[in-house]
Design a protein around this ligand. Sequence first.
Ligand code: UDP
Length: 414
Amino acid sequence: MKILMISDHADPLAEVGAKEAGGQNVYIFYLASFLSRLGVVVDVFTRWDRRNKKRIVKVNKNFRVIRVKAGPRHYMPRDNFLGVIGEFAQNILKQIKKENSKYDIIHTNYWFSGLIGLKIKKKLGIPMVHVFHSIGQIRFNTLSKFKLHKKDYDFFQKRILEEKRIARETNGIIATSPVEKKIIEDLFQVSPEKVKMIPIGVDETVFHACPPGQARKDLGLSTQKKLLLYVGRIEWRKGVATLLFAMPKVLKKYKNAKLFIVGGGRTQAAQKLDQAERNRLNRIVKQLGLTDRIVFVGPVDQEHLYKYYCAADLCVVPSYYEPFGIVPLEAMACATPVVVSKTGGLQYTVKNGETGYLAKPRSPGDLSGQIIRALSKQKSFFSPKCLERVHRLFGWEKIAKQYPEYFKKLIRLK
Ligand code: UDP
């Protein structure tokens, strides 16, 4: 089986943690890697966003990343992608013609890729499966409650209409949680049979448990303090500000607690993108008098992250909206409990009271309450349940196998 995968802005080989490189990049990388191990051939087409990146990278014998010229070969804000969709599709088709490639199915990610996929599907006559990652209407609802500019409003109207069209015209849709499956069925009025639920996975060889004491020693951290961890992009919707506002109450109960914030841009260009949010967070830290309690670690590679998860007593995911949320899975795979916002896929991945607790989104009061509740128990209370849940439901090895099975069904139906 040969898959034409499209991931417009999320290059699977990009360095993650910055403003626009996170979960989707990680998902595409692991999905393509695990599929390639099953003998499935995967070509990932992504936008050529830096002149000095190689056009084609052969990751292994079955997995290639092909950068496609669409707009300038440098950074372009994601919201400008609509203007280069035609060029993107044309250049994918050119590459296919040049190599005389024959694909069995198109797998598209995020709405711009969905639109590109619809164009290509028409030309190639093969089925298409779409993964939304984030749904315009839900994001719009979240933003309109808190902060929405007039220009955002017009853009969202366009996105909402186009996402409806993608849902109608694609052959299949993958939802990453039961919550998302229900939203897709209701919002886009598509039949339940059209939407297959396959969660995102975690690589248990990359994220695995290790003794917390040893992990702290290796990272040069105190073994005495309660250690809280945030991992992710530094972006408004990730809710880091809410976590900061929750800290004073946590510190009243656990005076020696420290919060480590992992993530953010690596390169100067990437740092520029999340600079405004980092400045805002730094101001909040100062305003709350927390300078000695919060550590901005910066970005950490996937292969080294497990040590931070292992070292932590608790990982916190305070998002305002989270379509799936890979970070809690990574934490749980390292035997670390999580406190997450009760939103989107987090309600599925985290079992309340067993692998951690759910907190009301954007509520520092509730978040601090749930953090204290989790810290009042020994980490060992949660650890076996965290490991068991990840292994049973979210190991990439098991999850990747569901893809070719589902794809075969769609190819037969076509
Ligand atoms: N991540 C990373 N290094 C960092 C910060 C984040 O590798 O410094 C990874 C993290 O391990 C996870 C992904 O970025 O795999 C974030 O995915 P998630 O779904 O939690 O959030 P999203 O980026 O989709 O909002």
